[in-house]
Design a protein around this ligand. Structure first.
Ligand code: 5GP
Ligand code: ZN
Length: 112
């Protein structure tokens, strides 16, 4: 499958890793939109949140167990934002589910 985040998860494309376990990888966004901008992905391909089912929802739990570890590693002691974009209207550009962890400054109040 021609998926850039599958290739990053497989180590075929390099990334600046922040956290990794058996199921989850977190790495720095190549085009950061905040002082800290990390992407947290399941290693196994899931296209987006819209593809979550009873059979694969454990991936979401694993990602959300990893996020506090990412935040601690990045020194986000004063809070942060977690965003996932879905599909066309959500402006999802990489169709491998990922959660943006943004922080390191006071973020804008509005989200859209
Ligand atoms: P989306 O728009 O799908 O929610 O977010 C995709 C994110 O992936 C963007 O913020 C973009 O900068 C990031 N991105 C795209 N390609 C790469 C890449 O090859 N490496 C890294 N580290 N980030 C990428
Ligand atoms: Zn993928």
């Amino acid at each position: 499958m021609d998926c850039i985040f599958c290739k990053i998860a497989a180590g075929e494309i390099p990334s600046a890793k922040v956290y990794e376990d058996g199921d989850v990888l977190a790495f720095r966004d190549i085009n950061p939109q905040a002082p800290v901008h990390v992407l947290v992905i399941p290693k196994r391909h899931i296209a987006s949140c819209d593809e979550i089912t009873e059979d694969n929802s454990d991936a979401v739990a694993k990602i959300f167990r990893a996020i506090p570890k990412v935040a601690a590693a990045e020194g986000l002691t004063n809070g942060y934002r977690v965003i996932t974009n879905v599909g066309e209207d959500g402006c999802q550009s990489v169709h491998h589910m990922h959660f943006h962890v943004l922080g390191g400054k006071k973020l804008p109040e509005r989200m859209s």
